[in-house]
Design a protein around this ligand. Structure first.
Ligand SMILES: [Zn+2]
Length: 383
Protein backbone atom coordinates (compact mmCIF):
# COMPACT_ATOMS: atom_id res chain seq x y z
CA UNK A 1 0.00 0.00 0.00
CA UNK A 2 1.83 3.06 -1.20
CA UNK A 3 -0.87 5.67 -1.64
CA UNK A 4 0.16 8.70 0.35
CA UNK A 5 -1.93 9.33 3.40
CA UNK A 6 -0.57 12.20 5.46
CA UNK A 7 -0.53 12.71 9.21
CA UNK A 8 -3.32 15.08 10.22
CA UNK A 9 -0.86 17.32 12.05
CA UNK A 10 2.50 17.24 10.27
CA UNK A 11 3.83 16.55 6.76
CA UNK A 12 4.75 12.89 7.12
CA UNK A 13 3.13 10.38 4.78
CA UNK A 14 2.30 6.81 5.82
CA UNK A 15 5.00 5.54 3.44
CA UNK A 16 7.70 6.65 5.89
CA UNK A 17 9.46 3.61 7.36
CA UNK A 18 8.58 3.00 11.04
CA UNK A 19 5.77 5.58 10.92
CA UNK A 20 2.33 4.71 12.23
CA UNK A 21 -0.87 6.72 12.05
CA UNK A 22 -3.29 6.27 14.96
CA UNK A 23 -7.11 6.15 14.73
CA UNK A 24 -7.21 9.94 14.70
CA UNK A 25 -4.80 9.94 11.76
CA UNK A 26 -1.95 11.39 13.82
CA UNK A 27 1.56 9.96 13.44
CA UNK A 28 3.74 8.58 16.21
CA UNK A 29 6.31 11.38 15.77
CA UNK A 30 3.56 13.88 16.65
CA UNK A 31 2.17 11.88 19.58
CA UNK A 32 5.67 11.29 20.93
CA UNK A 33 6.31 15.04 20.73
CA UNK A 34 3.14 15.71 22.76
CA UNK A 35 4.13 13.11 25.34
CA UNK A 36 7.51 14.76 25.78
CA UNK A 37 5.70 17.80 27.18
CA UNK A 38 4.81 15.73 30.28
CA UNK A 39 8.38 14.77 31.00
CA UNK A 40 9.93 16.21 34.13
CA UNK A 41 13.16 17.44 32.52
CA UNK A 42 14.62 18.68 35.80
CA UNK A 43 14.36 15.14 37.11
CA UNK A 44 15.93 13.71 33.96
CA UNK A 45 18.78 16.21 34.19
CA UNK A 46 19.39 15.11 37.76
CA UNK A 47 19.37 11.47 36.63
CA UNK A 48 22.00 12.39 34.05
CA UNK A 49 24.30 14.12 36.48
CA UNK A 50 24.02 11.20 38.91
CA UNK A 51 24.52 8.60 36.22
CA UNK A 52 27.69 10.15 34.77
CA UNK A 53 29.37 10.19 38.17
CA UNK A 54 29.72 6.41 37.75
CA UNK A 55 31.74 6.93 34.59
CA UNK A 56 34.09 9.69 35.69
CA UNK A 57 37.41 8.00 35.41
CA UNK A 58 40.42 8.21 37.60
CA UNK A 59 42.33 5.41 35.87
CA UNK A 60 43.89 7.53 33.18
CA UNK A 61 41.14 6.99 30.65
CA UNK A 62 38.64 9.31 29.06
CA UNK A 63 35.24 9.40 30.77
CA UNK A 64 33.25 8.87 27.60
CA UNK A 65 33.31 8.67 23.83
CA UNK A 66 31.24 11.24 21.97
CA UNK A 67 30.57 10.44 18.32
CA UNK A 68 30.75 13.79 16.53
CA UNK A 69 30.13 14.88 12.97
CA UNK A 70 30.80 18.57 13.50
CA UNK A 71 27.07 19.29 13.21
CA UNK A 72 25.11 21.47 15.58
CA UNK A 73 23.86 18.48 17.57
CA UNK A 74 27.31 17.02 18.15
CA UNK A 75 28.63 20.46 19.03
CA UNK A 76 25.84 20.63 21.61
CA UNK A 77 26.70 17.13 22.92
CA UNK A 78 30.30 18.19 23.50
CA UNK A 79 29.27 21.44 25.19
CA UNK A 80 26.93 19.53 27.54
CA UNK A 81 29.60 16.96 28.40
CA UNK A 82 32.12 19.67 29.24
CA UNK A 83 29.49 21.54 31.25
CA UNK A 84 29.04 18.41 33.39
CA UNK A 85 32.75 18.01 33.93
CA UNK A 86 33.31 15.03 31.65
CA UNK A 87 36.58 14.49 29.81
CA UNK A 88 35.43 13.07 26.46
CA UNK A 89 37.26 11.49 23.56
CA UNK A 90 35.42 12.78 20.49
CA UNK A 91 35.34 10.43 17.51
CA UNK A 92 34.48 11.30 13.93
CA UNK A 93 33.94 8.88 11.10
CA UNK A 94 34.85 11.07 8.11
CA UNK A 95 31.84 11.51 5.84
CA UNK A 96 31.65 10.20 2.28
CA UNK A 97 32.47 13.51 0.63
CA UNK A 98 33.33 16.06 3.28
CA UNK A 99 32.42 19.68 2.54
CA UNK A 100 34.52 22.70 3.47
CA UNK A 101 31.92 23.90 5.97
CA UNK A 102 31.84 20.40 7.49
CA UNK A 103 35.61 20.56 7.98
CA UNK A 104 35.30 24.04 9.49
CA UNK A 105 32.78 22.82 12.07
CA UNK A 106 34.91 19.79 12.97
CA UNK A 107 37.87 22.09 13.67
CA UNK A 108 35.51 24.18 15.78
CA UNK A 109 34.61 21.15 17.92
CA UNK A 110 38.28 20.43 18.63
CA UNK A 111 38.69 24.01 19.75
CA UNK A 112 35.95 23.64 22.34
CA UNK A 113 38.76 21.92 24.23
CA UNK A 114 38.58 18.16 23.70
CA UNK A 115 40.73 15.26 22.56
CA UNK A 116 39.63 14.26 19.13
CA UNK A 117 40.07 11.28 16.84
CA UNK A 118 39.06 11.16 13.19
CA UNK A 119 38.95 7.89 11.30
CA UNK A 120 38.78 7.77 7.53
CA UNK A 121 37.84 4.50 5.90
CA UNK A 122 39.72 3.40 2.77
CA UNK A 123 38.33 5.80 0.14
CA UNK A 124 38.85 3.38 -2.77
CA UNK A 125 36.71 0.76 -1.03
CA UNK A 126 34.23 3.28 0.22
CA UNK A 127 33.52 4.82 -3.18
CA UNK A 128 32.80 1.37 -4.56
CA UNK A 129 30.40 0.77 -1.67
CA UNK A 130 28.66 4.12 -2.28
CA UNK A 131 28.10 3.16 -5.91
CA UNK A 132 27.04 -0.40 -5.13
CA UNK A 133 24.57 0.69 -2.45
CA UNK A 134 23.07 3.41 -4.61
CA UNK A 135 22.53 0.95 -7.44
CA UNK A 136 21.30 -2.00 -5.40
CA UNK A 137 19.28 -0.49 -2.52
CA UNK A 138 19.00 3.16 -3.58
CA UNK A 139 20.98 4.35 -0.58
CA UNK A 140 24.26 6.09 -1.37
CA UNK A 141 24.90 6.84 2.32
CA UNK A 142 24.96 3.26 3.59
CA UNK A 143 28.70 3.24 4.43
CA UNK A 144 28.42 6.53 6.28
CA UNK A 145 25.35 5.52 8.27
CA UNK A 146 27.04 2.31 9.31
CA UNK A 147 30.46 3.82 10.10
CA UNK A 148 29.10 6.60 12.31
CA UNK A 149 27.80 3.87 14.63
CA UNK A 150 30.45 1.17 14.39
CA UNK A 151 33.59 3.33 14.68
CA UNK A 152 32.86 5.09 17.99
CA UNK A 153 31.79 1.77 19.51
CA UNK A 154 34.99 0.10 18.31
CA UNK A 155 37.08 2.95 19.76
CA UNK A 156 35.25 2.74 23.09
CA UNK A 157 35.98 -0.98 23.20
CA UNK A 158 39.61 -0.58 22.22
CA UNK A 159 40.22 2.16 24.77
CA UNK A 160 37.99 0.53 27.39
CA UNK A 161 35.93 3.69 27.76
CA UNK A 162 32.65 2.60 29.30
CA UNK A 163 30.25 5.32 28.20
CA UNK A 164 29.22 6.51 24.73
CA UNK A 165 27.06 9.64 24.57
CA UNK A 166 24.90 9.67 21.45
CA UNK A 167 22.61 12.57 20.54
CA UNK A 168 18.87 12.23 20.09
CA UNK A 169 17.15 8.90 19.57
CA UNK A 170 16.12 9.33 15.93
CA UNK A 171 13.07 7.20 16.66
CA UNK A 172 11.78 9.87 19.03
CA UNK A 173 12.64 12.85 16.90
CA UNK A 174 11.52 11.49 13.57
CA UNK A 175 8.96 8.88 14.57
CA UNK A 176 9.51 5.21 15.29
CA UNK A 177 7.89 2.29 17.09
CA UNK A 178 6.61 3.46 20.46
CA UNK A 179 8.71 1.13 22.54
CA UNK A 180 11.92 2.03 20.70
CA UNK A 181 11.31 5.75 20.72
CA UNK A 182 11.28 5.72 24.52
CA UNK A 183 14.60 3.97 24.81
CA UNK A 184 17.48 5.71 26.46
CA UNK A 185 20.01 3.14 25.37
CA UNK A 186 21.58 2.47 22.01
CA UNK A 187 22.42 -1.21 21.77
CA UNK A 188 23.03 -3.75 19.05
CA UNK A 189 19.33 -4.44 18.52
CA UNK A 190 18.53 -0.76 18.11
CA UNK A 191 21.36 -0.44 15.64
CA UNK A 192 20.26 -3.36 13.52
CA UNK A 193 16.74 -2.02 13.33
CA UNK A 194 17.34 1.71 12.94
CA UNK A 195 21.06 2.26 12.47
CA UNK A 196 20.88 2.65 8.72
CA UNK A 197 21.87 -0.85 7.59
CA UNK A 198 18.55 -1.34 5.85
CA UNK A 199 18.36 -4.37 3.65
CA UNK A 200 22.13 -4.86 3.42
CA UNK A 201 24.52 -6.67 5.72
CA UNK A 202 28.25 -6.03 5.70
CA UNK A 203 28.88 -9.50 4.26
CA UNK A 204 26.74 -8.64 1.24
CA UNK A 205 29.38 -6.13 0.13
CA UNK A 206 31.80 -8.89 -0.80
CA UNK A 207 29.70 -9.15 -3.96
CA UNK A 208 31.55 -6.02 -5.14
CA UNK A 209 34.61 -6.65 -7.33
CA UNK A 210 37.92 -6.58 -5.43
CA UNK A 211 36.27 -6.22 -2.02
CA UNK A 212 36.78 -8.93 0.53
CA UNK A 213 35.80 -9.17 4.16
CA UNK A 214 39.25 -7.89 5.19
CA UNK A 215 38.59 -4.50 3.62
CA UNK A 216 35.35 -4.23 5.60
CA UNK A 217 36.66 -4.69 9.13
CA UNK A 218 35.72 -1.24 10.38
CA UNK A 219 32.17 -1.50 9.05
CA UNK A 220 31.55 -4.50 11.28
CA UNK A 221 29.82 -4.07 14.61
CA UNK A 222 32.24 -5.19 17.31
CA UNK A 223 31.78 -8.46 19.10
CA UNK A 224 28.66 -8.19 21.27
CA UNK A 225 30.02 -10.53 23.94
CA UNK A 226 33.15 -8.45 24.28
CA UNK A 227 31.03 -5.29 24.57
CA UNK A 228 28.93 -6.87 27.27
CA UNK A 229 32.02 -8.08 29.07
CA UNK A 230 33.47 -4.57 29.12
CA UNK A 231 30.04 -3.22 30.15
CA UNK A 232 30.13 -0.46 27.55
CA UNK A 233 26.96 1.54 27.58
CA UNK A 234 25.56 3.87 24.92
CA UNK A 235 23.06 6.47 26.04
CA UNK A 236 20.99 9.05 24.17
CA UNK A 237 21.53 12.56 25.50
CA UNK A 238 18.07 13.43 24.18
CA UNK A 239 16.61 11.17 26.86
CA UNK A 240 17.93 13.49 29.56
CA UNK A 241 17.62 16.91 27.93
CA UNK A 242 14.72 18.31 25.95
CA UNK A 243 16.04 18.08 22.40
CA UNK A 244 15.29 21.06 20.18
CA UNK A 245 17.20 21.33 16.89
CA UNK A 246 16.85 25.11 16.68
CA UNK A 247 17.93 25.65 20.27
CA UNK A 248 20.90 23.33 19.77
CA UNK A 249 21.80 25.38 16.73
CA UNK A 250 21.71 28.61 18.75
CA UNK A 251 23.90 27.12 21.48
CA UNK A 252 26.30 25.69 18.87
CA UNK A 253 26.47 29.01 17.01
CA UNK A 254 27.30 30.83 20.21
CA UNK A 255 30.23 28.41 20.43
CA UNK A 256 31.62 28.92 16.95
CA UNK A 257 29.48 26.58 14.80
CA UNK A 258 28.81 27.95 11.32
CA UNK A 259 25.52 27.40 9.44
CA UNK A 260 25.19 27.50 5.65
CA UNK A 261 24.43 30.93 4.16
CA UNK A 262 20.94 29.86 2.98
CA UNK A 263 18.56 26.92 3.28
CA UNK A 264 20.38 23.79 2.14
CA UNK A 265 19.15 22.41 -1.21
CA UNK A 266 16.00 20.31 -0.60
CA UNK A 267 15.92 21.36 3.08
CA UNK A 268 14.24 24.04 5.12
CA UNK A 269 17.02 24.56 7.66
CA UNK A 270 20.40 26.09 6.89
CA UNK A 271 22.07 24.31 9.78
CA UNK A 272 21.62 20.56 9.22
CA UNK A 273 23.53 18.02 7.11
CA UNK A 274 26.36 20.32 6.11
CA UNK A 275 29.19 17.82 6.11
CA UNK A 276 28.65 15.56 3.10
CA UNK A 277 28.05 16.55 -0.52
CA UNK A 278 26.35 13.19 -1.15
CA UNK A 279 23.49 13.95 1.24
CA UNK A 280 21.43 15.63 -1.49
CA UNK A 281 21.37 12.33 -3.38
CA UNK A 282 20.48 10.43 -0.22
CA UNK A 283 17.54 12.75 0.51
CA UNK A 284 16.37 12.70 -3.11
CA UNK A 285 16.11 8.92 -3.03
CA UNK A 286 14.01 9.12 0.12
CA UNK A 287 11.67 11.35 -1.87
CA UNK A 288 11.60 8.96 -4.84
CA UNK A 289 10.87 5.93 -2.67
CA UNK A 290 8.54 7.38 -0.04
CA UNK A 291 7.32 10.72 -1.38
CA UNK A 292 8.79 13.02 1.27
CA UNK A 293 12.16 14.70 1.67
CA UNK A 294 14.34 16.48 4.18
CA UNK A 295 12.26 19.68 4.18
CA UNK A 296 9.16 17.70 5.22
CA UNK A 297 11.04 16.16 8.15
CA UNK A 298 12.36 19.51 9.33
CA UNK A 299 9.12 21.42 8.78
CA UNK A 300 7.15 18.71 10.60
CA UNK A 301 9.25 19.48 13.66
CA UNK A 302 8.65 23.18 13.22
CA UNK A 303 4.87 22.62 12.93
CA UNK A 304 4.86 20.58 16.15
CA UNK A 305 6.76 23.33 17.92
CA UNK A 306 4.30 25.92 16.64
CA UNK A 307 6.99 27.80 14.75
CA UNK A 308 5.25 27.59 11.36
CA UNK A 309 1.70 26.79 10.22
CA UNK A 310 1.02 23.66 8.21
CA UNK A 311 -0.21 25.81 5.32
CA UNK A 312 3.03 27.80 5.18
CA UNK A 313 5.05 24.61 5.45
CA UNK A 314 3.19 23.02 2.53
CA UNK A 315 3.82 26.10 0.41
CA UNK A 316 7.51 25.76 1.17
CA UNK A 317 7.77 22.07 0.28
CA UNK A 318 5.81 22.48 -2.94
CA UNK A 319 8.39 24.97 -4.09
CA UNK A 320 11.60 23.45 -2.72
CA UNK A 321 11.28 19.75 -1.97
CA UNK A 322 11.95 16.78 -4.20
CA UNK A 323 13.72 18.74 -6.93
CA UNK A 324 16.28 16.89 -9.04
CA UNK A 325 19.50 17.28 -6.99
CA UNK A 326 21.62 19.32 -9.42
CA UNK A 327 23.65 20.77 -6.54
CA UNK A 328 24.32 20.07 -2.86
CA UNK A 329 26.08 22.69 -0.76
CA UNK A 330 26.79 24.36 -4.12
CA UNK A 331 28.73 21.37 -5.52
CA UNK A 332 27.44 20.27 -8.95
CA UNK A 333 25.91 16.80 -9.19
CA UNK A 334 28.28 15.78 -12.02
CA UNK A 335 31.25 16.29 -9.71
CA UNK A 336 29.62 14.40 -6.86
CA UNK A 337 28.82 11.50 -9.18
CA UNK A 338 32.17 11.41 -10.98
CA UNK A 339 33.86 11.01 -7.58
CA UNK A 340 32.21 7.60 -7.30
CA UNK A 341 32.44 6.82 -10.99
CA UNK A 342 28.79 7.21 -12.00
CA UNK A 343 27.69 9.06 -15.14
CA UNK A 344 24.66 11.33 -15.24
CA UNK A 345 22.86 8.89 -17.58
CA UNK A 346 23.46 6.03 -15.22
CA UNK A 347 22.32 8.13 -12.26
CA UNK A 348 19.03 9.00 -13.98
CA UNK A 349 18.50 5.32 -14.79
CA UNK A 350 19.03 4.41 -11.11
CA UNK A 351 16.66 7.19 -10.01
CA UNK A 352 13.94 5.81 -12.30
CA UNK A 353 14.52 2.29 -11.00
CA UNK A 354 13.83 3.39 -7.41
CA UNK A 355 11.00 5.83 -8.11
CA UNK A 356 7.71 4.63 -6.65
CA UNK A 357 5.23 4.70 -9.53
CA UNK A 358 2.32 4.56 -7.13
CA UNK A 359 3.39 7.98 -5.85
CA UNK A 360 4.51 9.73 -9.06
CA UNK A 361 2.69 10.27 -12.34
CA UNK A 362 3.59 8.31 -15.46
CA UNK A 363 3.10 9.02 -19.17
CA UNK A 364 0.80 6.80 -21.26
CA UNK A 365 3.79 4.66 -22.27
CA UNK A 366 4.52 3.88 -18.61
CA UNK A 367 7.63 6.08 -18.33
CA UNK A 368 7.81 8.61 -15.53
CA UNK A 369 6.38 12.04 -16.26
CA UNK A 370 9.10 14.67 -15.86
CA UNK A 371 9.38 18.38 -16.64
CA UNK A 372 12.33 19.94 -18.48
CA UNK A 373 14.34 19.97 -15.27
CA UNK A 374 13.74 16.24 -14.67
CA UNK A 375 11.34 16.97 -11.79
CA UNK A 376 8.52 14.52 -11.10
CA UNK A 377 4.89 15.12 -10.25
CA UNK A 378 3.06 13.47 -7.37
CA UNK A 379 -0.22 11.69 -8.02
CA UNK A 380 -1.92 12.86 -4.85
CA UNK A 381 -0.41 15.84 -3.23
CA UNK A 382 -3.32 16.59 -0.98
CA UNK A 383 -1.33 17.27 2.16
ZN1 LIG B 1 2.64 13.80 12.44
Amino acid sequence: MNKLVYCKKCLYPNTKPHLYLNKQGVCNACTSFEEKKNIDWKKRELEFSEMIENFKNSEGKHDCVIPVSGGKDSTYQVIKALEYGLNPLCVTATTDLLSDIGRYNIENIKNLGVDYLEISLNPKVRKKINKFCLETIGDISWPEHVAIFTLPIRIALKEKIKLIIWGENSQTEYGGPEEDSKKNILDHNWLQEFGGMGALRVDDLTAIDDIDIKSLILYQYPDVEELNKEKIEGIFLGHYFNWDSSENKDIAENNGFKAWHKSVEGSYFSFENLDNHQTGIHDYFCYLKFGYGRASAQLSMEIRRGKITKKEAIEYIREHEGKFPYFYLDKPLEEILSDINISMEEFIRVCDKFTNKKIFKCNSDGTLKKDNNLNLEKINFDN
